[in-house]
Design a protein around this ligand. Structure first.
Ligand code: ZN
Length: 149
């Protein structure tokens, strides 16, 4: 029987830097933000001091919808640090806005995770941070989403 991945399982705590602090502050408000280059308009994540495409240092934060699809994933069975709950799914999700983000898929059985699966962000509180994980969007929800578009 497979374990169900649930928000709240132990994971190492990220440490915000001067660069990533706005990202974590937005996460605490339930908002997923990434940087947009002021020169070439490229959206990028993870936080960088300069645009990875054109190296411009003018950028701003922009709120994303929080909707994505699973681009690729793997299931980790051996804890990388003692005390970490396994198994868990590490995924590269592609935000609807076209930005890739490394995350965990939670709220479902690891065997349910699949490439192209629609997911949405779910902020999970751990210590004083809210971690942006992703949960499956149920098919009825996906249909409602398309109907609304
Ligand atoms: Zn740029």
């Amino acid at each position: 029987m497979s374990a169900v991945l649930v928000p709240g399982d132990y994971r190492p705590q990220p440490r915000p830097s001067w660069l990533s602090a706005p990202f974590w502050e937005a996460a605490a408000r339930g908002e997923l933000i990434v940087q947009r280059c002021g020169a070439c308009q490229h959206l990028f994540f993870r936080p960088e001091a300069a645009c990875p495409r054109c190296l411009a240092q003018e950028w701003s934060w922009e709120r994303m919808s929080g909707r994505a699809t699973v681009y690729s994933f793997t299931v980790v069975h051996r804890p990388p640090v003692p005390g970490m709950t396994v198994p868990y799914a590490v995924a590269d999700v592609l935000l609807d806005e076209g930005v890739h983000m490394m995350t965990n898929i939670v709220g479902c059985d690891k065997d349910e995770v699949a490439i192209d699966m629609p997911v949405k962000v779910e902020f999970v509180k751990q210590a004083d941070l809210f971690l942006p994980f992703f949960i499956p969007v149920h098919s009825s929800e996906g249909q409602a989403r398309h109907a609304a578009e």
